[in-house]
Ligand binder design. Structure first.
Ligand SMILES: Cc1ncc(COP(=O)(O)O)c(C=O)c1O
Length: 229
């Protein structure tokens, strides 16, 4: 038996966790005084990672030390659910530039990844850094552009009004911090098979999930009896 809470997500300060923990501790003591056989205290997740320039890194050492000290006198097992914190910064979405265009004052870099591959920018305006894979391209003077996918939707963007290196068609871009809420939120919208997943270690790489085929996407579809001949 235990208590669990989750106060939010992408929190970069230790203080909200400590404040919620303090409140929970009060409840734990009251329940223990009533004889409740509590064994566990689950503080949930929400430890943030750095996305945008200027984001300050969460001091997990400080948070860990404060939580450990606070939980020790309670005699409870402490559980954390640091989903994004463990994997978010480890993943990039690799995409190739397929075109450039200008519309009025706006410059567009069109890439072969889309909102179905990384939904966060379209869904809630999330910021993901975008850098050229070729370091030399990063030396070029920056342009201000929207980075958009090839899906015919006004929400199909990966960055808007962003200062980036002026990538040319054929070049690769890395969309950073895509290891959490990236593939897990991806869909096959517009009959776009899910991207391949590749694990990299030093100079080694391995395909850990091959790209799906369009045939596999539609393989499970069935005609209803009234249409079947
Ligand atoms: C109960 C619970 N635990 C953990 C998480 C993971 O949070 P995060 O990915 O921000 O670490 C969530 C996310 O909403 C959650 O609801």
């Amino acid at each position: 038996m235990g208590l669990a809470c989750h106060i939010g997500s992408q929190i970069l300060e230790a203080s909200p966790f400590l404040a919620s923990f303090e409140r929970l501790c009060g409840l734990v003591r009251a329940l223990q005084a009533d004889g409740a056989p509590l064994r566990q205290l689950d503080l949930g997740g929400g430890m943030g990672i750095t996305y945008a320039p200027g984001d300050r890194e969460l001091d997990v050492e400080q948070l860990g030390a404060a939580l450990t000290a606070a939980v020790a006198p309670l005699g409870l097992e402490l559980v954390l659910e640091p989903g994004r914190y463990l994997v978010g910064s480890a993943g990039v979405l690799l995409t190739r530039v397929i075109g450039r265009k200008r519309s009025g004052e706006r410059e567009f870099v069109i890439v072969d990844a889309a909102m179905n591959d990384l939904l966060r920018p379209a869904l809630y305006g999330a910021y993901h850094p975008i850098v050229p894979v070729d370091a030399a391209a990063g030396e070029r003077p920056t342009i201000r552009a929207d980075v958009v996918g090839p899906v015919c939707e006004c929400g199909d963007f990966l960055a808007q009004d962003r200062l980036i290196a002026p990538a040319e068609p054929g070049e690769l871009l890395a969309i950073l911090s895509a290891g959490a809420y990236g593939m897990a939120m991806a869909s096959t919208y517009n009959t776009r098979p899910l991207a391949a997943e590749v694990m990299v270690r030093g100079g080694q790489f391995a395909v850990t999930r091959p790209r799906k085929t369009v045939d596999a996407l539609i393989a499970e579809e069935q005609l209803p009896a009234w249409l079947a001949r």
